[in-house]
Design a protein. Structure first.
Lengths: 181, 181
DNA sequence: ACCAAACTAGACCGATCGGTCTACTTTGTT
DNA sequence: AACAAAGTAGACCGATCGGTCTAGTTTGGT
């Protein structure tokens, strides 16, 4: 997971994975049919953990829906800073790299991103019902907007080696889009 | 440029480039010192063309500043659709893939993204001066927000194989952030 | 104690990677 | 016409890629 997240899929050789995990090749191919299948398993593992944490944070009853969203995104910013902007979002990274080359992985990444968007949308709808947000916008569209913006901000932060893009994204988002009606 | 944009840098072997260009290896290495140097030249070529077009579109005197920005982004959406969402933004793609692996290319991509952000910022400032936009926001921050959002929307569109993320991004952007004061 | 299944271990494979090398052809200058 | 420089052509190089194969070891059931 770490190697894929930092170097990407193609740039990470199996030998590097095996060395880091201290696992011989025979064992690897006993459990995984191919690098692609292993990649899928890594994605699955990451996605599972991530979605679980997302569900916890977005359903925290001590916060308003909008503050849950803000808290989640700010945690992401902190993590990015913690890794000196070298590690962004594994799903976005692999998506960018593999969307055109590997249909199987692309399809799975697509599903995962849609599930995230769905969670965002639910939280936005709650915010609308709580009167925190104008009900004029389609929650699903708004959720897609936030997801895209987030992925792009993380990408830009990696390129610029600075959390500034993420900070600017969050500041602008909550000052303009996610503002009380 | 086409191969890098569709397959990425690492997944594109030199042999593929040489075959497509019908150029023997000897000629290639007569003009380019390495694949990295070639990659830099490709980036340079793309960046030059792109920035030229950006300058034309963002200084069109027949449109208001905001409409120039909208026109530019909508042209991008049309191009994405034209390629069935297989080709996004070369700079963003390479940035995502190489930011952690190749400092030289990363640094150049960083510069290019900053130059784009600068162009956006100038246009936004014009819009503010023309009264099209609230002057309450820092143009540079707002420009970073748009650039991040755009890159993310294109990334998501590639993964989802649909222009919907880009359409949702633009709709939300011009309905909430880039709205008249 | 025995044995089959599960698993470990890494040498090895052909393909492909980026890059080098030498021999040859074309071009521009005088 | 002569010649040096520029450019062409692709065989070839070691390294590394993902993946295979065989031989050995550990494990769990009986």
């Amino acid at each position: 997971m770490q190697l894929f997240a930092t170097q990407g899929y193609n740039a990470t050789g199996l030998d590097a994975v095996l060395k880091q995990a201290a696992v011989p090749k025979g064992s690897f191919y006993h459990f995984f049919g191919s690098k692609e299948e292993f990649g899928l398993a890594v994605i699955e593992e990451f996605s599972g953990r991530f979605l679980a944490r997302l569900d916890v944070l977005l359903s925290d009853p001590t916060l308003t829906p909008l503050d849950r969203l803000r808290g989640f995104l700010e945690r992401g910013e902190a993590q990015l800073a913690q890794h000196q902007c070298t590690v962004g979002c594994l799903i976005g990274d692999l998506g960018q790299e593999l969307a055109a080359n590997n249909e199987r992985l692309r399809a799975r990444l697509d599903e995962i991103m849609r599930s995230w968007r769905g969670r965002f949308a639910a939280c936005i709808q709650e915010a609308q019902q709580a009167g925190e947000l104008s009900a004029a916008f389609d929650p699903e569209v708004m959720a897609g907007f936030i997801l895209s913006g987030w992925e792009g901000a993380v990408l830009t932060a990696k390129v610029m080696k600075s959390t500034q893009p993420v900070r600017d994204f969050l500041a602008t988002l909550f000052a303009t889009v996610l503002t009380k009606p």
